[in-house]
Design a protein. Structure first.
Ligand SMILES: NC(=O)c1ccc[n+]([C@@H]2O[C@H](COP(=O)([O-])OP(=O)(O)OC[C@H]3O[C@@H](n4cnc5c(N)ncnc54)[C@H](OP(=O)(O)O)[C@@H]3O)[C@@H](O)[C@H]2O)c1
Length: 289
């Protein structure tokens, strides 16, 4: 879809949807939500879109705030614009990304995303997978200075990008947030990105906490360790997710789901004890065993 067409679609969406205020005051709860694939639902499938409304309703009812999307996620931002007016006044922390090679096209893409969501502004904008970072970060800095976005940052989901990513984290003082992958199977971030984020005071958003669902499929059928109850965990998805959010440098993880019951299952983790370092090691050993 061309930018021009996206913008036009965005204007239409904004015209039919009442703007929903975006807020970013108190710290976000440690579970947010992603929208890649799970929210890529075509306009004609209203039943499926209404199911996403229910996913979001469960999310906000359970205390959730941060929703992450990107212009790269097909119709996901359009679906956000469908869902939000149907939910009333919700405490949304809206996070999206800029993802286009030409930095000159960044502002237009961001505006198209904003119009699709139907919100006054984004709370968080990030450079997706570092694509066009040098140019886009200038745009994001200027938008932040003008009050057009709350926080700015960078994302990746590729281990091979960690060297570039860490170099930017070390030298770019304008960053507020970083987003990368961390889960029980992909722990590369422990070596450098997580400690560096803590040292630099950066908020950390974790993508792929279930490795696109692969980890859940891997443990299916295995009995849950008895000690899981000690940290308020009653299922494998909760076990995997609680381990991620209990890393001290993690601000929020953003699991994606298309299923309202899965959303409730994940959000139940916001209450209950948080595993300490010893418990995290025990959980990892149980997963690997
Ligand atoms: N470079 C980047 O910036 C980047 C890259 C990758 C991802 N992300 C962001 O991170 C988000 C999360 O990553 P992801 O979507 O790749 O994968 P993920 O969150 O690791 O896994 C999503 C999968 O887990 C399943 N799931 C979730 N909760 C479940 C539960 N309680 N029980 C059973 N299955 C469950 C979902 O299936 P159901 O629908 O059946 O629940 C879905 O297939 C993305 O949506 C996106 O917003 C960003």
């Amino acid at each position: 879809m061309s930018i021009t067409r996206r913008t036009a679609l965005g204007l239409v969406a904004a015209a039919v949807a009442a703007p929903v205020p975006a807020r970013a005051s108190a710290p976000v709860p440690k579970i947010g939500m992603g929208t890649w694939i799970t929210f890529d639902v075509p306009r004609q499938d209203e039943a499926a879109r209404d199911r996403r409304v229910e996913v979001l309703r469960r999310f906000f009812d359970a205390g959730g705030r941060m929703v992450d999307s990107s212009p790269m996620y097909g119709m996901a931002e359009d679906v956000m614009g469908y869902c939000l007016p149907r939910l009333g006044d919700v405490p949304l922390t809206a996070a999206s990304k800029v993802w286009i090679p030409a930095p000159a096209m960044g502002p237009e893409q961001i505006e198209a995303s904003r119009a699709l969501w139907g919100i006054p502004r984004f709370d968080i904008l990030q450079v997706h997978n570092l694509l066009g970072y040098e140019g886009h970060i200038e745009t994001l800095r200027a938008m932040k200075a003008a009050g057009q976005v709350g926080e700015i940052g960078i994302t990746t989901s590729h281990g091979r990008r960690h060297d570039d990513f860490a170099r930017i984290m070390e030298r770019d003082d304008s960053l507020d947030t970083v987003q990368f992958t961390y889960n029980m199977d992909d722990r590369e971030a422990e070596a450098r990105l997580l400690p560096l984020a803590a040292e630099r005071g950066l908020k950390v958003i974790i993508n792929r906490p279930f490795q696109r669902g692969a980890l859940i499929r891997r443990v299916a059928g295995r009995p849950l360790p008895d000690f899981a109850a000690e940290v308020g965990v009653t299922s494998w998805p909760q076990f995997l997710l609680k381990w991620v959010i209990s890393h001290p440098a993690v601000t929020v993880a953003i699991p994606a789901t298309s299923d309202p019951d899965h959303m409730s299952e994940n959000m139940a983790l916001l209450s209950g004890p948080m595993p300490d370092a010893a418990m995290r090691a025990r959980m990892l050993a149980a997963f690997e065993g």
